[in-house]
Design a protein around this ligand. Sequence first.
Ligand SMILES: CC(C)(COP(=O)(O)OP(=O)(O)OC[C@H]1O[C@@H](n2cnc3c(N)ncnc32)[C@H](O)[C@@H]1OP(=O)(O)O)[C@@H](O)C(=O)NCCC(=O)NCCSC(=O)C[C@H](O)C(=O)O
Ligand SMILES: [Mg+2]
Length: 296
Amino acid sequence: METYRPRRSVLYIPASNDKALAKIPQLACDAVIVDLEDGVAPADKIAVREKLAGIFANRPVANHFGRRCEMVVRINALASEWGADDLLAVASCEPDGILLPKVDTPRDLLEAGDVLDDNFAPDGVKLWAMIETPKALLNIGPIAELGRDPASRLACFVAGTNDLLNGTGVMATPDRRYLVPWLMQMVLAARAGGLDILDGVSNDFRDLDAFAHECTEAAAMGFDGKSLIHPAQIEAANLAFAPSIGAVAEARLVKDAFALPENAGKGVIALNGKMVERLHLAQAEKLLAKAAAIGA
Ligand SMILES: CC(C)(COP(=O)(O)OP(=O)(O)OC[C@H]1O[C@@H](n2cnc3c(N)ncnc32)[C@H](O)[C@@H]1OP(=O)(O)O)[C@@H](O)C(=O)NCCC(=O)NCCSC(=O)C[C@H](O)C(=O)O
Ligand SMILES: [Mg+2]
């Protein structure tokens, strides 16, 4: 079975914010995205890029919780004046992932992958793609399809809801009603491509009740986790995207039931008045692996 890599809470940290970067080992998030794009002012872009090697040279093996926090870098769009040099600088840092913003077509990812290959970036350096433009949504199937080819390096989608609102003109509402159809389209495409998918950020980082509700909704919609802007959002995301105690107990029941000698070789069984198939066993095993990986 595939190893599960938790991505419940993925925190953006502007690469220009030294104080925030220094906090990485103390943060309980599953991953951080060191941001060179929207979190960094144009005047600082080049100076910040030059700091990256130092940030990665001092990368902690494990955080204060004894866990390895994935480190991803979001570069500037490849079409921008900084993107190409960012990609080269980041490739040599060997991050867990490079997040490409403003992806419109599969070609954007293929070109970035070629640069990584030409510069001998190890296979472990994955590509993550922001889905945040109308064109990306129109091309989401072919973009996601790249996930089926390991040579493409594509591993994860990240919804960019601020840019999507900006690029489409739809109204931002607390229940995200106009965004939900597109978010569901992203989830569907990610699954077709075997990719992880993270929900977009919640800008109101002081309203933690609304944030917790948005996380619960996103987990129900099928997202693997949420992208975050503030450390105060980590705990709610970790909770919402972890399997619940009830779900873990249920999964154990399904696993134990199929392990009984009388059920060996059966495709379908009855458990507490419900039909349970082998696909539910696979689902249960996946959930238990997820719970074990996050220590839930
Ligand atoms: C949003 C913020 C600007 C708020 O900053 P601030 O007012 O300083 O917050 P606090 O005073 O509450 O901070 C408390 C302490 O926490 C540290 N902190 C704050 N944010 C972070 C962080 N992201 N990572 C690590 N540590 C953080 C502060 O340093 C304080 O520490 P201390 O003084 O020791 O107590 C700020 O949170 C921020 O800059 N967030 C990230 C913003 C960002 O990266 N934006 C770009 C990514 S989102 C995006 O682009 C969306 C997408 O593309 C789309 O289209 O939707
Ligand atoms: Mg964006």
